[in-house]
Design a protein around this ligand. Structure first.
Ligand code: DNO
Length: 388
């Protein structure tokens, strides 16, 4: 059995339209109600509206990405129990309209983080890039996090001072906007809000955050199991601690903990090759094998790292992730389950006509379409060769 080819659509304001998406060959849509504030219940009327918009475009809403977890749940403070109950209600509301896969992440404070959204590739296309030196410039000099300098080594600190002096006020402001870019369609955070949120995590280490995730999963998986929803936790992006915050969905041992501590059938993973591939400690093929049939959703993307741990997002079939080997491993898993596992080409270079358009970073059309086309060809080749 082949996988299901999906495409992330940010909703009616996405510059990539549904008619365009149909022409990419994608079969289904990944979407979310980004306008709903984190933690609030997704109203059935709005769920239905989004679903109808997608269906009117000749596609189906296959995956929800993401129902964001309120910081109170991650810190287990304040009204966390109320937010958990609201999360359960959102799951019920989604299930009522046939939505069956829900992605989320458990990254404190910031979702995915990059330092450059226009990294120029040798072919002239543009990629997303993460650079430790720039992150440290942001952390130490712009965010001004307390004791931030303690988290970086001498080499980084020397480079930070050099860069900070070189950067113009405009460049500094641009760096802030890039690091805090967040999710299209969601309210942007300010530096002040980020500082406040960082304080909430002052006493939360890896063990405490892990425990809060376990509690959350113990609470919501019975509802997900009851209504037939598969949960898919997204790895930390990048998969290491940043800004002094603990990250607990970054490596093989983390998935072992998450899946074994709450062994409900609904408790699964969004297997993201680009996130996992950014750490030299991770072997995405081995992690795929380990997750096995708990792989509920897949993001396929590639990264190229340098000696400092900086990385840029490479073409889908180039870079450090052996996409052939990963695809084969995922397809083995696919043959063991009854339903097609959805995958989407995650991110893509801004290229060709898209270079002259305003696009959501990582989510322009042509680069992702190139990725989807390559991945679908790779998938077909493996399936034919294996008789799948
Ligand atoms: C970035 C995305 C992430 C992802 C969330 C899932 O492009 O992969 O923002 O959607 O982390 O909760």
């Amino acid at each position: 059995m082949r996988m299901r080819q999906t495409w992330r659509w940010f909703g009616p304001n996405d510059p990539v339209s549904l008619p365009d998406i149909r022409q990419t060959g994608a079969q289904g849509i990944v979407s979310a109600l980004h306008q709903i504030p984190h933690g609030e219940v997704w109203p059935v009327a709005e769920i239905r509206k989004r679903q109808q918009e997608i269906e009117a475009g000749g596609l189906s809403w296959d995956v929800v990405e993401s129902v964001t977890i309120h910081e109170s749940i991650k810190t287990r403070t304040g009204k966390y129990q109320q937010y958990i109950d609201q999360y359960k209600q959102t799951l019920r509301n989604l299930a009522a309209y046939g939505l069956r896969i829900v992605t989320y992440n458990f990254m404190p404070v910031n979702d995915w983080t990059r330092t450059n959204l226009d990294y120029v590739m040798p072919d002239g296309s543009r990629a997303l890039y993460f650079n430790w030196f720039d992150l440290a410039v942001f952390d130490i000099h712009l965010l001004k996090r307390k004791n931030a300098a303690n988290d970086y080594n001498e080499v980084v600190l020397r480079e930070v001072e050099k860069r900070f002096k070189q950067y113009t006020p405009e460049e500094r402001e641009h760096l802030v906007n890039v690091v805090m870019f967040g999710i299209p369609g969601e309210k942007k955070q300010t530096l002040e809000q980020m500082r406040t949120k960082l304080e909430w995590y002052a006493d939360i280490d890896h063990a405490a955050l892990r425990d809060n995730l376990k509690y959350f999963l113990q609470e919501i998986t019975p509802v997900a199991d009851e209504v037939g929803i598969k949960l898919a936790i997204h790895p930390d992006d990048p998969p290491f601690d940043i800004l002094g915050l603990p990250r607990i969905v970054s490596r093989a041992a983390d998935f072992e903990y998450i899946l074994s501590s709450v062994p409900a059938p609904s408790n699964g993973v969004c297997f993201c090759t680009g996130s996992l591939g950014a750490s030299p400690d991770n072997d995405p093929v081995q992690i795929a094998r380990q997750i096995g049939t708990r792989m509920h959703f897949v993001h396929l993307r590639n990264v190229k790292k340098d000696e400092y741990g900086n990385f840029f997002e490479d073409d889908h079939l180039a870079g450090d992730v052996d996409m052939y080997a990963v695809m084969k491993e995922i397809l083995k898993i696919q043959q063991q389950v009854a339903e097609p596992i959805p995958f989407r080409p995650d991110h893509g270079h801004q290229m060709m006509d898209d270079l002259r358009k305003v696009t959501n970073p990582g989510y322009s059309c042509i680069g992702r379409m190139r990725g989807l086309a390559e991945l679908r060809g790779l998938e077909l080749g493996i399936c034919r060769a294996e008789g799948w």
